[in-house]
Design a protein around this ligand. Structure first.
Ligand code: MN
Length: 204
């Protein structure tokens, strides 16, 4: 993702709120982007605003260096910078898709490492269902090698590999439409992925 610095802004979605219907509904997108992400943006700006040192750090630098920050800043920066990064990543990765499958190098890597696209989807779904409580499931590239991990809360996987895809499994991502059915949301998510963006990240 592009580098971002304080003051962080909640950029508009790169598509209409209803663009992902019927898989992800417009009301969920409104609340998720305009309310939940906005809160992380506001809280991160508040945490950074009184520190010249923190203002010089990019969003990714804030995340990677969060554990070294003064104790009074550490958790506010870690949680809110993670919340901003993870949501920007998630909203950027979504999009209307035609056949909703990866192409090119990413498709080849998925076939090689997971035994096919169906098997990959099942493994990613299992990872997402296995996140206890709130968090994310991620597809990472570690020097070209693909791996799946789950992260808790607003933790990010930046030290473990390059993010290619993530599924936000906080209940706010699906409760309005799917209520408690995380599996139904995940099945829908696979129909709302901008696979060319995932491919571009994999090749970058
Ligand atoms: Mn979320």
């Amino acid at each position: 993702m592009k580098e971002r610095y304080y003051p962080f802004v909640n950029e508009p979605l790169p598509y209409d709120y209803s663009a992902l219907e019927p898989f992800i509904d417009a009301e969920t997108m409104h609340y998720h982007h305009d309310k939940h992400l906005q809160t992380y943006v506001d809280n991160l700006n508040a945490a950074v605003s009184d520190s010249e040192e923190l203002k010089k750090m990019s969003l990714e630098q804030l995340i990677i260096n969060a554990e070294e920050l003064p104790e009074g800043k550490r958790s506010a920066v870690k949680n809110n910078a993670g919340g901003v990064y993870n949501h920007l990543f998630y909203f950027e990765e979504l999009g209307k898709c035609e056949d909703c499958k990866p192409q090119g190098e990413l498709a080849k890597a998925i076939d090689t490492e997971f035994g096919g696209f169906e098997e990959f989807c099942a493994a990613l779904k299992k990872t997402a269902l296995g996140v206890f409580g709130s968090g994310y499931a991620w597809l990472l590239s570690d020097g070209g090698k693909l791996k799946l991990i789950g992260t808790a809360n607003q933790n990010t996987p930046l030290t473990e590999g390059k993010p290619i895809l993530c599924i936000d499994v906080w209940e706010h991502a699906y409760y309005l439409k799917n209520k408690n059915l995380r599996a139904a949301y995940i099945d829908n998510w696979f129909n709302a992925v901008n696979w060319s963006r995932a491919e571009a990240l994999y090749r970058s």
